[in-house]
Design a protein around this ligand. Structure first.
Ligand code: SF4
Length: 180
């Protein structure tokens, strides 16, 4: 294909499970590479986006200031931004901390948790500042599509990417996105 789709991926406050699910398209990755090339992504180990990429897949929500910066920068480079997975869509598992004051979370994790001894709450100025709540990405930038799931299945990635590559409006049939 003359003009391959340029696809970038990155992660915010997530677990990389969504990236693992993308890899689960298995040997179809080779077919995908006929119509798309990976730009910034753990797959290529490229750390910065090209000036313009066609599709940006982003997993994870926003739990610290660095996440917000990464999201804004990624958005600038992506023609189509796709929020991938529950963490991007609604904060996901990291957002469970939203019901507990941040200071209490830090004390439980670093001072009072089972098996924690002689610890302190990390306070190195190099560490990104934590947000008091975890936020979904649409609260900060425009998101063009979301792929639901924790993680979205490999077939969801496959269907979405091949629809876009063939110039179609992406559609996810019910069988791919129901969880009942
Ligand atoms: Fe991990 Fe699930 Fe969040 Fe994806 S949606 S980053 S699999 S916790």
């Amino acid at each position: 294909m003359a003009n391959k789709l340029k696809v970038a991926t990155t992660s915010l406050a997530g677990c990389f499970g969504c990236h693992m699910s993308l890899l689960d398209i298995d040997e179809r990755l080779l077919d995908l590479c006929e119509v798309a090339e990976f730009d910034r992504s753990p797959i290529t180990d490229i750390k910065h986006c090209s000036e313009v990429v066609d599709i940006g897949l982003i997993e994870g929500g926003l739990c610290n200031a660095e996440n917000v910066h990464t999201l804004r920068e990624f958005r600038k480079h992506c023609r189509i931004l796709v929020g991938v997975g529950a963490c991007a869509l609604n904060g996901g598992i990291p957002a469970l901390r939203n019901h507990i004051p941040l200071q209490e979370c830090l004390e439980e994790a670093y001072l009072q948790g089972v098996g924690v001894e002689n610890a302190q709450i990390p306070n190195d100025p190099e560490l990104p500042l934590l947000l008091s709540k975890v936020h979904p990405i649409h609260e900060v930038v425009k998101v063009d599509y979301f792929l639901p799931g924790c993680p979205p299945s490999a077939d969801v990635f496959w269907k979405f990417l091949t629809d876009v590559a063939s110039g179609k409006e992406p559609e996810l049939p019910y069988e791919l996105v129901h969880y009942d």
